[in-house]
Every structure is written in C-alpha cells, then in structure tokens.
Write a protein that binds this ligand. Structure first.
Ligand code: GLP
Length: 241
C-alpha cells in the first residue's frame, strides 16, 4: 500500500489525476471504477482540466460503485445523476460507456447480480477509485459486510443516512433506506485501487482502516489485503497515521 499525504484537496487532485492519466496512457480502453462522494471530486476536477487541455478519455469505460434504491434516476441526488454531473460531462466520457447500478429495477437483486456479472464479463475493473465512510464503509458496504460479498441490495445504517442527509436538504427521512452496492469481494477484484480520503473528521477511520485489524467490522480494512492500493490523503485525514 502506497500512502501519499498531500497538503490539500488540490494536491490530491493533481496526484490522482496524474495516476489516472498514466493508467489511460497504458490502457486506452481502461475500465475505470468511479465513486461518488466529496472525497474523489478533486481528482475528477483535475482530470477535467487535463481533458480540457487535450487528454482524450474517449476510449475509457466507467462503472459506478453504488446507487440508491428507489430514487427516480433523474433525481439530482441519484448516483446516476451525480456521476453524470461530476464525471461523465466534465471528463467528456461517452455516456453509453458508463454504467451505474439500477436502483429502480422491478427486481433490484436480479439487477445487482446482472451488474456484477457484467463487470466480470468485461474482464474486471482496471482502476477503482474509492472513498471511505465515517463508519469505514466502502461504496455502501456497511460494517459487517462480508469481504466476499458481491453486488447486492443493502440496508443503509442510520449513520450513513444522517451523513448523506446533507445532499437531501438536511432531511434524513428523504435519504433512501436501501442501496445497490458492489460488494467488497467485487471491489477487491479490481486490479488497482485508488482510495481518496480528506478531512479531519475521517482521521480516526483512516487509521482504523489502514493500520487497524483486518476485520469485517471495518469494511475499509479489506483494502489491506489488496496487492495494489494507492491512498491519497490530505494532512487532516492523516492525523492519526
Ligand atoms: C457515500 C458513498 C461512498 C463514499 C462515502 C464517503 O455514502 N456511497 O461511495 O465513498 O459515502 O463520502 P464522502 O467522500 O462524501 O465523505
């Protein structure tokens, strides 16, 4: 595991974008795994600046980690909308090459199985960008998720719903109760992982995930078992390392 501590979010963006750009140079038809959340945003912003400067990501495909169950796809906080706003448009990706789990399917579990199978059939994710929740969640894999878990429907914890209420006008009741998420086992099959975490509020969970026991009670600790992980932190998030 390579851990880089950068002075601020701009520094994280620069280093993260350079890493993604180098991966695309090596593998023009890269399958990039994209995370939502505030942590990876500087990486997307710095990549967008490179695209504006001539970097061509036209051969790239992307898959999202997770999606709320039951939010209309055109809701501004559906992850389909968030990915379109923060990734697809700024990076000028072909929308037909970007997949987000379907949280509105009549049978969400069957749709989750199909999503997982499609990733495997595509040969797996080449580079997966990840954030980390306050309780150690990765994607929407809450504490206790099996490290062998695959894409599935999960219930969100009260803490996660409270943390995400900020995207729903502060109304926790407006946050969906369930989500479709790639499993920890699915995430661990990506060839490379890029974990991005910022902020003093994440310092305890960063230390737990990266240096604590490898235990399903902290989903992020599963990353310690992966052979190729790059971690980008700001100084605040690295406080306890
Ligand atoms: C959300 C997402 C995760 C994300 C995490 C942290 O609930 N499902 O994929 O990594 O929480 O988000 P943030 O970076 O905004 O703190």
């Amino acid at each position: 595991m390579r851990i880089h501590v950068l002075p601020d979010r701009a520094g994280i963006g620069t280093v993260g974008a350079a890493l993604v750009a180098a991966a695309v140079r090596d593998t023009p038809d890269l399958l990039l795994g994209v995370a939502t959340g505030s942590s990876p945003e500087p990486v997307y912003a710095a990549l967008a600046a490179r695209v504006a400067g001539g970097l061509d990501l036209g051969g790239l495909s992307a898959v999202a980690l997770d999606e709320y169950v039951g939010l209309p796809v055109d809701h501004p906080e559906s992850y389909r909308s968030v990915v379109r706003r923060t990734v697809v448009r700024p990076l000028r990706l072909d929308p037909a090459r970007v997949a987000v789990p379907d949280g509105t399917a009549a049978d969400p579990s069957a749709a989750a199985d199909a999503y997982d199978a499609a990733i495997v059939a595509r040969g797996g994710v080449d580079l997966q960008i990840l954030g980390l929740g306050h309780n150690g969640h990765v994607a929407f894999n809450e504490p206790g998720s099996s490290f062998a878990s695959r894409t599935r429907v999960v219930a969100l914890t009260a803490r996660t719903r409270a943390a995400n209420a900020r995207f729903f006008g502060g109304d926790v009741d407006a946050v969906p109760t369930h989500a479709v998420t790639q499993g920890i086992g699915t995430v661990l099959q990506a060839r490379r992982l890029l974990l991005v975490v910022t902020g003093r509020d994440k310092a305890p969970v960063v230390a737990a995930a990266l240096t604590g026991p490898v235990d399903e009670i902290c989903p992020g600790s599963a990353l310690q078992t992966h052979p190729d992980v790059t971690v980008l932190l700001d100084e605040a998030a690295a406080t306890y390392l």
